[in-house]
Design a protein around this ligand. Structure first.
Ligand SMILES: Nc1nc2c(ncn2[C@@H]2O[C@H](COP(=O)(O)OP(=O)(O)O)[C@@H](O)[C@H]2O)c(=O)[nH]1
Ligand SMILES: [Mg+2]
Length: 455
């Protein structure tokens, strides 16, 4: 697919962010260099790439994450936001009677897309007609007629016509009872004054509801100037990006879309009439970056219900070295709320990456069960045992196991995990960056969770 290389570089960067202990200026510099390189390699316009990475860096330095969101995820969110701006708004084509004019250079996929659009509208119950206004290409008439026959939609053309405007006017009249009328115009090998004059003339006299620019995803840097000139000449209202199934870099077309600031309506993913998708920028970007649904991530954070103050208190306690089983219990209790674990896992960016750690349903259930079992065990401990786990000797272990209906090995595992956690915390004592990270992790309620799930 087009943009595959860009996708994999961006995913590497996101992985780097997710794995970093904490976010600092050094990491942000590195990340913005990585993104810049990836964008330039993918043929994204230099100015656009620089603007984007500067904005990401600045926002990540200046803005604070919403309560509960770890800094790392926040940086990923900023990258996502800024890339989304390039891809444009979510608005799509409307399902109503209308006249649509397709413009673009030779071979970009206008005629094919005219057919795909006709199929799209027909399926939605709007009868559709195709008008052959490409008077330059020798077989253009036959190509469109053939597509119309294949789709069983209406067709108007004047074989051998030398006048695009009069043919189009006749076509619109002849198809006046057809809900959606699509005009397939001429292209050129390159942008020239003749083409620009021809289509601006058409636009002026026909006043179509939509003027859609058809662009091949693989054309590279010339996409930008092309889009700009055509937009100035006829006012592009939407874009169809074709040949997304190809192997080109794709960044040129993305830059062009950003340059004219026009929504992408559809993408073409093959030569067949069915190889056509409505373009949804958010979905496209999430898929490109290999992220889960960021909205549900935010929601999951909210639902953990840990307040700023609670997080602060827990962190202070942890960092003071006075961390005991009671504290661990409190943290784990948050996860035991129904659905929270699954929600958090669903939204962990790391787990969505190809080649990243795989978390399946069974792992989530195991982790959930484990936390639940730990709580059951701790429920059988005395208050002084929770406060001071050092006093738990083998006699007490046997008692707790009996009381909780678990094995002694289960109890020992719990204690082992607690000690491991405590040791790690001791090692990190005095590290301010770590403290900061811990606080946000804590607020997010995912302290230790990722490691737990990724074993
Ligand atoms: N792989 C692929 N080929 C496409 C796509 N759209 C169009 N094509 C092919 O690109 C070539 C040029 O398309 P055409 O519609 O004639 O372009 P036009 O000159 O702009 O009208 C044809 O061979 C099409 O089959 C697409 O989304 N994917
Ligand atoms: Mg054509």
């Amino acid at each position: 697919m087009v943009l595959d290389n860009l996708a994999s570089s961006l995913r590497d960067t996101i992985r780097k962010i997710s794995r970093s202990g904490y976010v600092d200026k050094e990491l942000l510099d590195e990340v913005s260099r990585d993104i810049q390189r990836a964008l330039l390699k993918a043929d994204v316009n230099v100015k656009l790439a620089l603007n984007l990475t500067n904005t990401v860096r600045q926002r990540a330095l200046e803005e604070k994450p919403p309560a509960g969101m770890p800094q790392q995820d926040f940086v990923v969110k900023i990258i996502y936001d800024e890339l989304l701006k390039i891809l444009g708004t979510e608005s799509g084509i409307s399902l109503k009677p209308q006249v649509i004019m397709l413009v673009g250079l030779y071979g970009q996929g206008k005629t094919t897309s005219a057919g795909k659009l006709a199929k799209f509208f027909t399926k939605k119950g709007l009868n559709t007609g195709l008008i052959a206004a490409d008077i330059h290409r020798p077989a253009a008439y036959e190509q469109l007629q053939h597509i119309a026959q294949q789709l069983n939609v209406k067709f108007y053309g004047e074989k051998g016509s030398r006048d695009a405007l009069s043919t189009t006017k006749n076509g619109l009249k002849s198809l006046s009872d057809t809900a959606v009328r699509i005009i397939d115009t001429s292209g050129r090998d390159s942008l020239d004054a003749g083409l620009v004059r021809e289509i601006s003339d058409l636009k002026k006299h026909v006043q179509p509801d939509e003027v859609l620019l058809v662009m091949d995803a693989t054309i590279g840097q010339q996409a930008g100037p092309q889009a700009k000139t055509l937009n100035e000449a006829v006012g592009i209202t939407g874009v169809i990006i074709t040949k997304m199934d190809g192997t080109g870099k794709g960044g040129g077309v993305l830059s062009a879309v950003a340059e004219i600031n026009t929504p992408v309506y559809f993408i073409g993913t093959g030569e067949h009439m069915d190889d056509f998708e409505i373009f949804n920028p958010k979905k496209f970007l999430s898929r490109l970056l290999g992220l889960g649904d960021l909205e549900s991530l935010m929601e999951a954070f909210k639902e953990t219900n840990i307040t700023e103050q609670e997080a602060e208190e827990s962190v202070n306690k942890l960092m003071s070295g006075k961390f005991n089983l009671k504290d661990m219990y409190d943290v784990w209790e948050k996860f035991s709320q129904p659905g929270i674990l699954q929600k958090l896992v669903d939204s962990l960016p790391l787990s969505k990456l190809p080649g990243g750690p795989k978390i399946n349903q069974a792992d989530v259930e195991n982790a959930g069960n484990k936390l639940y079992n730990y709580r059951v065990i701790m429920d059988s401990m005395t208050f002084s045992e929770l406060e001071d786990p050092e006093i738990i000797n083998s006699k007490r272990i046997a008692r707790v196991a009996r009381g909780s209906g678990k094995t002694e090995a289960d109890v020992r595992n719990l204690l082992k995990e607690y000690k491991g956690m405590k040791n790690n915390l001791k090692l990190m004592k005095g590290n301010r960056g770590f403290k900061k990270m811990l606080r946000s992790q804590m607020k997010a309620g995912n302290f230790g969770l990722e490691e737990e799930l990724m074993k």
